[in-house]
Design a binder for this molecule. Structure first.
Ligand code: HEM
Length: 113
């Protein structure tokens, strides 16, 4: 990712969200979600993940991930803060996912065993 440029995968992803109901960060701040509830959303059709205290719907993003869907599946329902910092700390994950925010994580983040 280069400063001042939008990654092509982000552009295609945002263009795909025409029929998606985007909620604001303010709205998301009011929706508290327990880590156990995040964990219920662990399929490709319904995939949530937490990142730095917020909960996101990964489903619309999956097919645009440059690292493929396969690298994401084992994290469905879990926290992706540490793993994404390890793999691509240079990627601004919040910028990519802000359109698909769901709520605020209310508890300790869960990571896959
Ligand atoms: C859901 C939040 C995530 C976002 C927004 C995201 C975004 C991105 C972006 C933009 C790239 C391309 C980087 C570049 O310009 O070179 C990338 C690559 C990659 N991502 Fe992610 N990623 C996410 C989660 C993850 C997770 C959870 C994993 C693995 C557990 C992962 C694994 C990878 C890998 C392996 C690549 C490298 C692909 C390659 O070039 O071979 N990502 N991701």
């Amino acid at each position: 990712m280069h400063r001042g440029k939008v990654h092509p995968s982000l552009k295609y992803f945002l263009d795909s969200l025409k029929n998606y109901k985007i909620i604001s960060r303010e709205e998301a701040a009011k929706r508290m979600i327990k880590p156990e509830e995040v964990l219920q959303h662990n399929t490709l059709q319904d995939a949530w993940a937490s990142y730095k205290g917020s909960v996101y719907n990964l489903t619309p993003y999956c097919k645009f991930h440059p690292g493929g869907v396969g690298s994401l599946t084992s994290y469905f329902g879990y926290d992706i803060t540490k793993v994404t910092q390890g793999i691509h700390a240079f990627v601004n994950v919040e910028m990519f996912l802000s359109a698909v925010i769901v709520g605020t994580l209310d508890g300790e983040p869960l990571v896959p065993k």
